[in-house]
Design a protein around this ligand. Structure first.
Ligand code: NAI
Length: 222
């Protein structure tokens, strides 16, 4: 890695490279030209070169890219080359759905689920027992936790984020529909499915149009 800062747009594209290269690997593809990579990913070859040059290239003139090497190097850049531990705060519908998903595939291992509802205490989701929030401080003293997923009701989100920061958590995967107030020490990634759905709605309603105008939106509404 170069140590200099990489643009958020590039960082955003890296998981897609990683996933696509992973699929190529599963299909036994050993190397790929930047043109093939570009066609497969619907990203221009020059964009790919520019993106990967941020991290020192990885391609060889006349050879293209070694798929396994590129996949593993992008994995390292994304921090996926070592197991990261995750806890889930809020064991309701979404928290349990996350706990049921296999994030181990990409190196994230869920080691704890926490809630305040005593009726959930001791229930297991995918082999992980739900614990009470009161047990969280002791748990964090005994276990190194890299990421906390936040799936609590909106009103509880900010106080819990503050508590998590005080307890040493430095990465929060925030599913609650609120902006968290934490210091710059803490990385927050917001996930909002409804925003994605709104974008889909926009694209669907304006498909085939080069440009979207307020007039066409009003026409759609009529
Ligand atoms: P839910 O009501 O099924 O689950 C919330 C859980 O949080 C409950 O088990 C409750 O006991 C627990 N809880 C309440 N206060 C707590 C506290 N102080 N500490 C620990 N646990 C606490 O709700 P659901 O449907 O799972 O949604 C959870 C959150 O995720 C909500 O904020 C919701 O708006 C959000 N959400 C976000 C989505 C997204 O795309 N980002 C999609 C769906 C939900």
């Amino acid at each position: 890695m170069t140590g200099r800062s990489i643009s958020p747009a590039v960082i955003k594209r890296l998981p897609r490279y990683y996933r696509y290269l992973g699929e190529l690997l599963e299909n036994g593809v050993e190397r790929i030209s930047s043109k093939e990579l570009s066609n497969g990913m619907k990203v221009t070859a020059s964009q790919i070169r520019q993106d990967l040059n941020n991290f020192g290239g990885f391609g060889q003139q006349g050879y293209g890219y070694n798929v396994e090497y590129l996949h593993s190097e992008i994995g390292k850049i994304l921090g996926l080359d070592h197991i990261q531990t995750m806890i889930i705060i809020g064991a309701g519908n979404l928290g349990q759905a996350l706990a049921n998903y296999n994030f181990d595939r990409i190196g994230f291992h869920i080691i704890g689920i926490f809630d305040v509802n005593p009726r959930l205490e001791g229930l297991s989701v995918r082999g992980i027992e739900i614990q009470m929030m009161d047990d969280l401080p002791a748990f964090l003293e005994e276990n190194r936790v890299h990421v906390a997923a936040l799936t609590v009701p909106k009103k509880s989100a900010r106080p819990i984020a503050t508590q998590l920061e005080e307890l040493g958590i430095r990465a929060i995967w925030n599913f609650t529909p609120t902006d968290l107030h934490v210091s710059e020490e803490v990385c927050v990634k917001n996930v909002h499915l409804d925003e994605s759905l709104m974008t889909l709605s926009y694209n669907f309603r304006n498909r085939g149009q080069e440009k979207y105008s307020y007039r066409s939106y009003m026409d759609d509404k009529d």
